[in-house]
Design a protein. Structure first.
Length: 394
């Protein structure tokens, strides 16, 4: 079982965590002697064809004037057309239903095994990106997700919370392998905490501006923190204009223009230096179905930890799978700006505590949560899929 089609409706490479995850999966599969062909959409910047991490990449042109769903369907059609002309794959590995439903429906016809990588389900997440999405469409998408989940030969996901959610949908728990996200020790290493005298400490948020991230909670906490200590909140990430406008309005309403900056996403190779320039890092994940019910594995948390920065994070199961409370970071009640302010002040007022938490977090991330470990688990899943197309053709 050596030939793999890996499909992802994500721009690769890009600053998003999905791109980081995909690139490390490619690296692990190629290192294990799989021949990998990655299918992704094109953003108009990257070449239509290239080699990346030892894998062949094909990027499908998009009409950016179309809405998300139209572009997703077009991508799925392109994957289907490719499979019809290329009966050569042993495994087809996919990340969503836009192409995944067709992939599982045709696995016997084309003789490949299927692997569904569930990092997030559109039936849960789409409403956060596109609030106008109709309930009838969400219901139809969920129906297709269920059909895809039950037909896939293997399923991987990044957290135990996600596995439990899939089990609640009727997926047998033993069919789901949990592979947490990771960090690369060659990219992230701890650096000394900046001295806090004579300068305003920086509280860094790194990631998307999606509504589930809980950024409104951090902004609401800022006046309470500033009443006792100076601080600057630096928000760095990719977001839609609607999301940026909402945050900017909240910042103006609270009179925080001088204390909060919202900056564009940076390339992933710039992330270690960005984290190193901060004093504290925050993952304010909101109390919502995306985080609590579906689950996730926030890469930002692991990268903060690996880089040796004191961590503030929402106290919820997806965080506790990675972080030991009061050992690797301080946790606060989700969606509670008062508790976030309290924990932030605890770190600002205790440099020794900040150092202790940062050192523990870095050691944990760089030993327990690495991309190398994730790659080994992924390869074991591939090995468990068996003989692939040969078995399917019997």
């Amino acid at each position: 079982m050596k030939r793999v089609l890996y499909t992802a409706f994500d721009i690769v490479p890009s600053p998003k965590g999905a791109s980081t995850h995909i690139l490390h999966n490619l690296r692990g599969l190629v290192a294990a002697n799989y021949t990998v062909h990655l299918f992704t959409p094109n953003d108009g910047v990257h070449p239509a064809e290239e080699m990346l991490e030892g894998a062949q990449v094909t990027r499908i042109a998009q009409d950016l004037s179309q809405n998300f769903l139209s572009r997703a369907i077009h991508f799925g059609q392109a994957v289907a057309a490719h499979l019809a002309l290329n009966e050569k794959y042993d495994v087809v590995h996919f990340r969503n239903i836009w192409d995944g439903l067709h992939i599982v429906q045709n696995k016997k016809k084309y003789g490949y095994k299927t692997l569904f990588e569930v990092n997030g389900l559109a039936s849960v997440e789409l409403k956060y990106h596109y609030p106008e999405t109709e309930h009838e469409l969400i219901a139809k998408i969920k129906e297709q997700e269920l059909a895809t989940l039950h037909s896939a030969d293997g399923i991987i996901c990044p957290s135990r919370v996600t596995r439990d959610y899939l089990a609640s949908l009727g997926v047998r728990r033993e069919r789901v392998t949990v592979i947490p996200n990771g960090v690369s020790p060659s990219d992230f290493s701890p650096s000394p905490l900046p001295a806090r005298t004579g300068r305003v400490p920086v509280l860094l948020y790194l990631g998307t501006l999606a509504d589930w991230q809980g950024l409104d909670v951090v902004i609401k906490a800022m006046p309470k923190i500033l009443a006792q200590q100076p601080i600057h909140l630096q928000i760095v990430g990719r977001g839609r204009s609607r999301q940026r406008k909402i945050l900017a309005k909240q910042i103006r309403k609270l009179g925080l223009e001088e204390h909060v900056s919202i900056e564009p996403a940076v390339a992933h190779h710039e992330v270690p230096a960005l984290i190193a320039s901060s004093d504290l890092c925050v993952a304010p994940l909101g109390l919502n179905d995306r985080n609590v019910t579906q689950g996730a594995c926030p890469i930002k948390v692991l990268e903060y930890m690996a880089a040796g920065r004191p961590l503030l994070a929402s106290n919820m199961p997806i965080v506790r799978e990675l972080v030991r409370e009061d050992v690797d970071g301080l946790l606060f009640s989700p969606s509670d700006p008062d508790d976030l302010a309290r924990q932030t002040l605890a770190l600002l007022n205790d440099f020794e505590l900040s150092q202790k938490l940062a050192e523990s977090a870095s050691a944990r991330a760089l030993t327990k949560f690495t991309w190398h470990e994730a790659q080994k688990k992924l390869v074991r899943v591939y090995e468990g899929l068996g003989e692939g197309r040969e078995k399917n053709r019997e």
